[in-house]
Design a protein around this ligand. Sequence first.
Ligand code: DAL
Ligand code: ZN
Length: 301
Amino acid sequence: MYFARVLCASSVVVCAFVAPHVTFAVSQFPNTFITSKQQYEIDILAANRISQISEITSMADILIPVETPTETAVILERGTCPAPQIPDPLEDAISIQNINPDEGYDISYIPSDLVDISPHVPTKNKRVICLRKAAAVDLIAMKDAMKAEGLKLSANSGYRSYYDQYALHRAYAPTAKTVKYPRVAPAGHSEHQSGLAVDVASELAPGSFGSSRESAWIKEHGYKYGFVISYPEDHQEVTGYMHEPWHLRYVGKENALVLREAGYTLAFKKDYYMKPYLAVVLSNLKNRMARFDTMKLEIGG
Ligand code: DAL
Ligand code: ZN
């Protein structure tokens, strides 16, 4: 029965073919029908972890650092992406660090495992775009899942060094004065320096990502691949930046789920993460898991 669930998770068409009775049960849960066994396990992990935390003092208490995958389905190479001289001992902390105009990265921080995504994800003029390995793996998986639904995702920007960001910010600075919420972070304060942020685009709707089908898909499913939208609509006051539907931050699948359930991003107001608030997150996760259990019963698994 697991087999049928996994097939259903990957394709409704295959699902209907091998197990038509499953399609009916699954279709009653339109928000969960593509959720896989792996997603179910992530739900359990996230719920268990939150319920074990007795005191929340910061985001670091509820998030887990991004890990470098040891094996990948695709061959990922560093290419011309930079390597650090000395790996930063704070890399784990950096991977889940909230970043804003007050908190930032050291000038010398270069991620340890940057790889070139351009052989796998379309980029303008096949330009080299570097991301940390874990982000690259899941971005490729997300692009493939989108392709299977007729969508075309490409990438415009990934890792940016302190100096890249400095140049970008300097070029943008004159415009910045006229807007309430800026669009470019100062050097040392961009998520792009973490190698975990990627600006995506739609090949079907170049230039208007926010209204593209790709954008709608990411809003709905991006978290299953470990991505959150760092600067969502109506969050300008908290994030400090204008809405950027294309700017995704990779936090890993479990963290992305927790953040989604919290209805929030890495940028946060400290009191949002007090225990009562997390109780709501936990209860949401448990409800999701209960829906899975009902689904399993209905399909006889
Ligand atoms: N566009 C975002 C805020 C950055 O420059 O990192
Ligand atoms: Zn960006």
